[in-house]
Design a protein around this ligand. Structure first.
Ligand code: EPZ
Length: 421
């Protein structure tokens, strides 16, 4: 097993290139199955474990994949001949549920193991199922798998009960080849929802309204290959922004869409950090004292749940009381116990973390309890006095490409070690 070892205290300086968005890529790759002729050439794909998992699942379904380079795949789905994604890979990650929508759309049947992913609370898929059923599919959950089938799919009006990124994308994918028009309401508006819609439109789908409250999908007869570039990862960018502020550094965050980062930029600015926006980059520096702030996570364009854990590390190092209210997931404060081992003064009451900022964290052996918790631990290690060793970093590698190399290039003393368990 691998661990990350960090000797804290170095200021981060220089520039970092942000990779493609994990949560867009994990939907775009399964959606490539919709192309019944021609290849999808997709670039700016992050080189992360979740993507490697999806590649293996795509191959097991019969897709022909050529790896052009670490960030570019050419996927030929012409000969897909297996409609079951039931390997351990499907169970291991969350994004595998997009195979349900994609296989259902093209072949009218699918069997997919119920997905795994980060343990951050109950993660139901009832809204996905509600959408598939409204399109005319029959859905059965049996032996840990979702089995879906339909004679044909017909457009429908679907009003989601909760705003769900996964349900919005999955039902949008399923509706692309349905007969007639589908209208989705109370949808998620995250940048990756828009990115998946753009990808589907490049393949010949007819989707309008992604990024607003209502998405309208006019079913088409077939879809084809295309060339597409995944948008930059808003959460990877936010993580580096927070790390830059936490170390009091001076970092250019390159290959980003500043608009997607507005809620994070606004909070860091409120804390006292200085953020200068370029066309596709940000410069993050600290010129004066920082202060605590209150945060409530909400769907886009609000403050992203996926960045609150790294923020909790930063807030535990600045003077003053800060509150983080997690409104999306009921169990996303598990990393707080790890931060406390490093000296953080935080109390969790239900969904609220009450942080009394102190100035100093001290190195310890801590665990990455999930993906973003792992990022929070890395930032803690960067600012802590002494050495921090992070275990269970497979969670980090699922979603952050080469995080150690990127931080080392910015001046951090971070290395990966192999240990016998
Ligand atoms: C996506 O998860 C992301 N994962 C998560 O990122 C992210 O935290 C989340 O969206 C919110 O932004 C992927 O894209 C692979 P949801 P998803 O459906 O789609 C409830 C990360 O760190 N809900 O938007 O699974 C649910 O319980 C990961 O990169 C239902 O009730 O999240 C939650 O409270 C972690 N029924 C809320 O909606 C459903 O059918 C939002 O969930 C679906 C969801």
């Amino acid at each position: 097993m691998e661990r990350l070892v960090i000797n804290g205290g170095n200021l981060l300086k220089g520039s970092v290139d942000i990779n493609g968005a994990k949560n867009a890529a994990v939907a775009i790759l399964p959606a490539a199955i919709l192309a019944s002729n021609g290849k999808c050439t997709i670039d700016n794909i992050p080189d992360i474990e979740d993507v490697h998992c999806l590649e293996r699942i795509l191959r097991s379904l019969g897709c022909n994949i050529v790896k052009i380079d670490n960030n570019t795949l050419e996927i030929d789905s012409t000969d897909v001949n297996n409609f079951e994604a039931c390997t351990d890979d499907a169970r291991r990650m969350r994004g595998s549920y997009y195979f349900i929508g994609a296989l259902l759309a093209r072949f009218k049947k699918a069997k997919v193991l119920l997905p795994g992913g980060c343990s951050i609370g109950v993660r139901p898929i009832d809204q996905h199922i509600k959408g598939f059923e409204a399109l005319g599919a029959e859905v059965v959950i049996e032996h840990g798998a979702a089995i879906v089938k339909a004679d044909k799919l017909k457009g429908a009006n679907i009003f989601f009960d909760v705003v769900s990124v996964g349900a919005t994308i999955n039902v949008m994918i399923a509706a692309t080849l349905a007969e007639g028009v589908t209208v989705l309401e109370n949808v998620a508006k995250e940048p990756h929802v828009v990115d998946v819609a753009n990808f589907l439109n490049s393949m010949g789908a007819d989707i309008k309204g992604a990024g607003t409250d209502i998405i309208r999908i006019k079913g088409v007869e077939s879809m084809k290959g295309c060339s597409y570039s995944v948008i930059p990862d808003q959460i990877e960018a936010g993580t580096f922004m927070i790390a830059a502020v936490a170390t009091g550094g001076d970092v250019y965050i390159k290959n980003v869409i500043p608009k997607h980062l507005e809620s994070i930029t606004a909070k860091l600015t409120e804390m006292g950090a200085v953020i200068e926006e370029g066309d596709d980059s940000l410069r993050v520096t600290v010129k004066g004292p920082l202060k605590g702030v209150n945060i409530k996570t909400t769907p886009y364009p609000g403050f992203p749940t996926d960045i609150q854990q790294p923020m909790s590390t930063l807030l535990s190092t600045v003077p003053g009381r800060s509150l983080i209210t997690e409104s999306i997931w009921e169990n996303r404060h598990k990393h707080i116990d790890e931060l406390k081992k490093m000296g953080a003064n935080i109390k969790v009451e239900g969904r609220v973390a009450i942080i009394d900022g102190s100035q100093k964290l001290t190195g310890a052996v801590v665990k990455a309890t999930d993906l973003r918790a792992g990022a929070a631990m890395v930032i803690a290690g960067l600012v802590a006095e002494g050495t921090t060793e992070i275990t269970n970093i497979e969670h980090i590698d699922r979603g952050y490409p080469h995080i150690d190399n990127k931080f080392r290039a910015l001046g951090a003393d971070i290395r990966r070690i192999e240990v016998e368990e």
